[in-house]
Design a protein around this ligand. Structure first.
Ligand SMILES: Cc1ncc(COP(=O)(O)O)c(C=O)c1O
Length: 364
């Protein structure tokens, strides 16, 4: 199966341009620019002595902490080598045969499903509705008489549209999926920026709902690989049976425990993001010809003028060592779509200037 193109491949650009990775500013992966918190380095130093042992295969201590934060039993938590590992465990472990994906969205769900020989169908949010989650379309398709769907996948807030399905709509969706004994997989990789929308508290009423979380983005440590899933303990056991042993290394486990206690970092990051996102979006909207979609997360989806392709802008910006995500090949989007992460004020100013120059050159 073909590898999808994800954001964040700084290595490829560095190799091509023969420059060190550090000279690239990466707007293509949506990583918290304030991180990683200082606790990360401290935890790595103190955990180094543990590398002579295999990591705890049950992530016991980390699961206690995650369970406390989520208000669930530790048996309802499975930790993975990034949430990507868990996305890939789900289709086979749950024996999903026909899945409905709410798009346009993260490509890895489709990849994992197809890898497990499940059929995949999308219900796309519409550009004309500013990519508002298409709840009614999903309900209609899922509950149609001839429907064979046994799972719905959605990302909330959604990557790359930045849109949120609110809790009322989520409850409605969960009820319909329950009624047909389907699985509802909710990826909350970016929920830290709108925590009040999380559906973890609904899990007790919906045992066929699984929530995925990532620690790599908010705590800026994608290189360490760590994520987790919250769901019914019986299902968690089923998934665990299929997980390779020791897939979560000891440094990642220790660091995660440390960052989960850093409430000051979390609060500061949320305050920063809210303020910087609105400043950055204002700046982007002032550039001629761009359509900038609102976002509840730490990235924004941008539609370029019809005369310019995403690939062209992405290449030009890359030549200035600014990486943005070309979204033109994502099912449900057009050739003009790019996604940019919200970074520090200085870095954002740099991107605004480069993007502005690129647009005016192209339009003159
Ligand atoms: C929506 C979404 N979910 C999950 C992931 C995977 O994150 P990780 O494996 O680093 O936890 C990503 C990565 O980009 C993502 O965008």
């Amino acid at each position: 199966m073909m590898q999808p193109t994800h954001g964040g491949n700084v290595y490829k650009v560095a190799q091509k341009q023969r420059i060190p990775v550090e000279r690239i500013t990466d707007f293509s992966a949506s990583i918290n620019p304030l991180g990683p918190p200082a606790a990360v380095l401290r935890a790595i130093r103190s955990a180094l002595k543990q590398i002579v042992h295999y990591p705890d295969p049950d992530c016991w201590q980390l699961r206690q902490e995650l369970a406390r934060q989520c208000g669930v039993d530790p048996d309802m938590i499975l930790v993975g080598n990034g949430s990507t590992e868990l996305i890939h465990l789900l289709p086979r472990a749950l024996a999903i045969k026909a899945a409905l994906i709410i798009g346009p969205t993260f490509e890895e769900y489709a990849r994992a499903l197809m890898d497990a020989e499940s059929s995949v169908q999308y219900v796309h949010a519409r550009r004309a509705e500013r990519f508002h989650p298409p709840l009614n379309d999903v309900l209609r398709q899922f509950s149609a008489k001839q429907s064979k769907f046994d799972a719905v996948f959605l990302c909330n807030p959604n990557n790359p549209t930045g849109q949120v399905m609110n809790r009322l709509a989520m409850r409605e969706l969960a009820e319909v999926v329950d009624r047909r004994q389907g699985w509802l997989i909710v990826d909350e990789a970016f929920i830290d920026y709108c925590q009040e929308q999380s559906v973890v508290s609904m899990l007790s009423e919906h045992p066929r709902m699984m929530v995925l979380r990532s620690l790599t983005k908010f705590y800026a440590m994608p290189g360490l690989r760590i994520g987790y899933l919250v769901g019914a303990s019986k299902v968690v056991d089923q998934l665990k049976d299929r997980q390779p042993p020791w897939s979560v290394n000891s440094l990642a486990q220790e660091v995660s425990r440390a960052v989960l206690h850093d409430h000051a970092f979390a609060t500061q990051s949320r305050i920063f993001m809210k303020k910087e996102r609105s400043r950055f979006v204002r700046g982007l909207r002032s550039l001629s010809g761009l359509r900038v979609y609102s976002s509840a997360a730490n990235f924004v989806l941008i539609e370029l003028p019809a005369s310019i392709c995403a690939g062209e802008v992405t290449d030009r910006l890359a030549s200035e060592r600014l990486l943005v995500r070309d979204c033109s090949t994502l099912p449900g989007l057009t050739a003009q779509m790019i996604r940019v992460a919200i970074r520090t004020a200085n870095e954002n100013r740099q991107l605004l200037a480069a993007l502005g120059a690129c647009l005016s050159k192209r339009q003159s």
